[in-house]
Design a protein around this ligand. Structure first.
Ligand code: XMP
Length: 518
């Protein structure tokens, strides 16, 4: 399957805005397929993509700055409707002969937009009324390019939106993609459905309907391997493959002994017995523990787990033999990150996945989810009939509980952490908070503190609770959970988990902290 299977394709050119991914997500929410590409994509490549519309993103740059990301004027003469957002609008103005200047006052935050022309982009709104929008700019349009007319103004921007009907070019100074522009989605919808005339054909039902035969065709009579972890992404990949080629798809599940309570059992039961996947479970808990014995350094722990995983996976794959493909649950944000002209972000922790395996094993890569955002993967999971507990699963790191036990990992500590973690999960579910946060988990500290139980003095371990909110795991905020819920979790852990007499709450955000403790 490729993007070409969907008629209403939108191209988003990225000039470096922090909101570019958000634009893409909003477009997808309008059921229109879109892709983000760097601003310097060639005109031939743009033509070949055959977009029904082009959106030019914002940027922290100013069009007059040396080195500002620019585009050729011919971009607007391809006969494809365009929408410039913030910097995108300034760029349009600059290139097409208008005038951009410094705003006397930087406009940042909520602002009132007065609609002067309630057609096209603003169809459905009332002329002369105002709406709330989100602005974030230092430059503004002083004179629109020839052929353009203002469509709206704000107290700081005489031209806060503009259009050229002949070119089908539109610009808005505000950000329709953020939630602080409550009618933003309607405005984007007007561009996508009314101006570009995209059919709203991007649904996860149609994705599955197209992906399954396309996988079948690609794989043919060959065999495909898949690393199943029980997380959302790999589960969806495994089930998609199972649908497409049945027993030709072989899922390998490595039980590294570092999983949550009952997790390994659940994965085997559900995917193996219930769904009938061709599943090979590798029991390696003891082996991982041996390799990790006495190792306290976080990076060392991660490296050992990563290497061991790859070693076992490779061994199993050779035993099975004859595979041509390896399927991986790469998501669209990973793809965007790797093609971004801003370059990859700095490596803070080594991540554990099947990276490097395809080359070593001479396998061809299949990435059926590489066009999807996480919420879309969840919808695909739903389409495929996966149970809610898998679809709603919070992210779980590849090295598992090993990076939540500070210092060297032991069997005893794993048992303590598993119990504490299960209580956190249960209470978060019970209070309806589990799906409202990005992650909620327990961390076992290598510290003993004094306590008292009955008349006895105790000297036992400390558990830290980590509950964070995040959009993509890159940045995160700690969540102020209700005191009552915190109290319940703490009481239960101290009363029910042997070896723990104190619970503390982690109130650090990322940056400067990270989500996992190691
Ligand atoms: P950090 O701790 O870097 O975590 O702030 C960011 C997000 O990534 C998850 N994480 C991992 N996921 N393999 C993964 O697949 C890993 O090695 C790994 N380490 C951290 C973490 O749970 C959080 O959601």
């Amino acid at each position: 399957m490729s993007a070409k299977d969907f008629q209403g394709r939108i191209l988003i050119l990225d000039y470096g805005s922090q909101y570019t991914q958000l634009i893409a997500r909003r477009v997808r929410e309008c059921r229109v397929y879109c892709e983000i590409h760097p601003f310097n994509m060639s005109l031939e490549a743009i033509r070949a993509f055959r977009p029904k519309g082009i959106i030019l993103s914002g940027s922290p740059a100013s069009v007059y700055e040396p080195g500002a990301p620019l585009s050729p004027a011919d971009l607007f003469r391809l006969g494809i409707p365009t929408l410039g957002i913030c910097y995108g609008m300034q760029l349009m103005t600059h290139i097409l002969g208008g005038e951009v200047g410094k705003s006397p006052k930087r406009e940042y935050g909520r602002s009132e937009l007065f609609i002067d022309d309630a057609q096209d982009l603003f169809a459905g709104l009332n002329q002369g009324t105002s709406i709330q929008v989100w602005m974030s700019h230092g430059d503004r349009i002083e004179v629109p390019p020839p052929g353009f007319r203002a469509m709206a103004h704000s107290s700081n921007s005489p031209v806060a939106a503009m259009k050229n009907e002949g070119l089908q070019a539109f610009g808005v100074q505000f950000h329709p993609e953020v939630v602080h522009t409550p009618l933003g989605k309607e405005i984007l919808k007007n561009f996508l459905l009314r101006i570009c005339q995209c059919p709203a054909d991007w649904t996860m039902e149609s994705f599955v309907a197209k992906m399954v035969p396309s996988l079948r065709e690609k794989i043919g009579e060959e065999r495909v391997l898949c690393a199943l972890s029980g997380g959302v992404d790999s589960s969806v990949v495994a089930v998609l493959l199972h649908r497409a080629v049945g027993q030709q798809a072989m899922s390998i599940f490595v039980d590294n002994g570092l999983l949550r309570k009952d997790e390994a059992q659940r994965v085997k039961e559900f995917f193996g017995r219930h769904l009938g996947l061709n599943l090979k479970a590798v029991e390696a808990g003891e082996l991982f523990l041996e390799k990790l014995a006495g190792v306290g350094d976080p990076e060392m722990k991660r490296k050992i787990i990563g290497h061991e995983f790859i070693f076992l996976f490779e061994k199993e794959a050779r035993k099975i033999g004859g595979a041509t493909f390896l399927a991986q649950g790469t998501l669209y944000p990973d793809v965007i990150e790797s093609i971004s002209f801003k370059g990859p972000s700095a490596k803070i922790k080594s991540h554990h996945n099947v990276g490097g395996l395809p080359e070593r094993m001479n396998l061809k890569l299949i990435e059926p989810l590489k066009e999807l955002f996480k919420d879309e993967v969840r919808q695909v999971g739903q389409e495929l009939g996966l149970p809610r507990e898998i679809i709603e699963r919070q992210p779980f790191p590849g090295p598992g509980l090993a990076v939540r036990i500070i210092g060297a990992v032991t069997k005893e500590d794993l048992a303590i952490l598993r119990e504490a973690d299960a209580i956190v999960e249960e209470e978060m579910h019970r209070a309806g908070w589990y799906t409202k946060v990005w992650q909620s988990f327990a961390v076992l500290l290598p510290v003993c503190t004094v306590g008292v139980m009955g008349d006895e003095r105790t000297y036992e371990r400390v558990v830290a609770l980590r509950v964070v909110q995040s959009v993509d795991g890159m940045t995160a905020d700690w969540v102020p959970l209700p005191a009552e819920l915190l109290g319940t979790i703490s009481n239960r852990i101290i009363n029910e988990v042997k070896g723990v007499n104190r619970v503390v709450y982690d109130i650090s955000s990322k940056p400067p902290s990270t989500i996992e403790w190691e």
